[in-house]
Design a protein around this ligand. Structure first.
Ligand SMILES: Nc1nc2c(c(=O)[nH]1)N[C@H]1C(S)=C(S)[C@@H](COP(=O)(O)O)O[C@H]1N2
Ligand SMILES: [Mo]
Length: 322
């Protein structure tokens, strides 16, 4: 069994918040919102980022584990990674996903896999993590907004999962889709993006060993605000490619539409490789601020994974294919 619910004795004192405080805070937030009151966050009782944190068992270290990180790449705190998020289905402010996604239902969960493959079907969350070992991989994560984090993800190699469905030679691209459920996802009640959120990869990118389906962070299941129960993680691309709460995967011949490309084609291309030499139309991509640090650092080509992935793009004009 891979999932173990944490025993009360495993939980650090600081993580424990009595249910009554949790309920009070939620009531408090609702009331504050209704009253339109702009109250300081410090006035709120503290609440764990994830009410019932669940440990993942049997997570194997990899060559991308924390031991092998370059010295200047220290993982961000759990608090940073789970309270500063982009997940527009739960609101557009960085603190919204943490506040609004706590009751999001992530179990049972199924992903439909279809399109150009010999064995289309459905895969449950449990099936997804069963035959594969869970791997810990500490990856740099770079948002197009020029901030970054270093996060210990737990995931399964995307390519290994895709192979189970036996993609055919028509499978030149893979398309991903997030859940569409305005009842649970308040952000979807307004046309902020073309819902559901969509993303795509070229087949060789999807099969690359660095691409993972992440099911955990910091050794535990992914908190809702980070894309529970399963989200994509492609560390050499800007963060918006790492689509959250995936319910559909489709193999196809043509280049898939992507939400951000549909929203602003000039700003967000299909490839979205981290590239300090190609500016976003509204800001430079040459530097980034690591969350928790004061000074900016230089952005690395392919987010520092150049050695591993540069060959995928040999001969391509990366200004054209941004
Ligand atoms: N479904 C969905 N996936 C999404 C997003 C989103 O709004 N909806 N935002 C993207 C963006 S812009 C970023 S930077 C990352 C943020 O991931 P994090 O909150 O875990 O840091 O998720 C990406 N995946
Ligand atoms: Mo982003």
């Amino acid at each position: 069994m891979l999932i173990k619910h944490r025993k009360a004795s495993d939980v650090l004192g600081s993580e424990i918040t009595p249910k009554s405080v949790f309920d009070d805070r939620r009531r408090f937030l609702k009331t504050a919102a209704l009253a339109g009151a702009g109250l300081a966050a410090s006035a709120l009782p503290s609440l764990p980022a994830y009410a019932a944190r669940t440990k993942l068992e049997g997570v194997e270290k990899t060559k991308w584990s924390v031991e092998n990180l370059p010295e200047n790449d220290t993982p961000n705190s759990y608090e940073d990674a789970t309270s500063y998020n982009n997940f527009y289905e739960f609101g557009t402010a960085k603190g919204d996903p943490k506040d609004n996604a706590q009751d999001f239902k992530t179990s049972p969960w199924e992903i439909a896999v279809e399109g150009a493959c010999a064995k289309p079907g459905k895969i449950s969350f449990e099936d997804l993590i069963k035959p594969t070992t869970l791997e810990e991989r500490v990856y740099r994560f770079r948002c197009v907004e020029a901030w970054s984090m270093v996060i210990p993800w737990v995931g399964v190699p995307l390519g290994e999962v895709l192979k189970r469905f036996e993609p055919t030679s028509d499978a030149r691209y893979v398309y991903f889709e997030t859940l569409l459920d305005p009842e649970q996802m308040p952000g979807q009640r307004a046309p902020v993006l073309n819902w559901p959120y969509k993303e795509g990869l070229r087949m060789d990118e999807a099969m690359h060993p660095l691409s993972i389906l992440a099911v955990g962070m910091y050794g535990e299941v992914i908190p809702n605000q980070n894309g529970a129960p399963v989200r994509l993680m492609v560390p050499w691309k800007y963060g918006f490619k790492s689509i959250k709460s995936i319910v559909k995967i489709k193999f196809q011949k043509s280049m898939p539409p992507t939400s951000w490309n549909e929203a602003a084609a000039r700003e967000y291309g299909f490839y979205s490789n981290v590239n300090p030499k190609v500016s976003h139309p509204r800001w430079s991509q040459a530097s980034e601020r690591r969350i928790g640090e004061i000074f900016k650092r230089k952005t690395l080509m392919f987010n520092g994974y150049e050695e591993e992935v540069a060959s995928l793009y040999e001969g391509m004009d990366l200004r054209k294919w941004y």
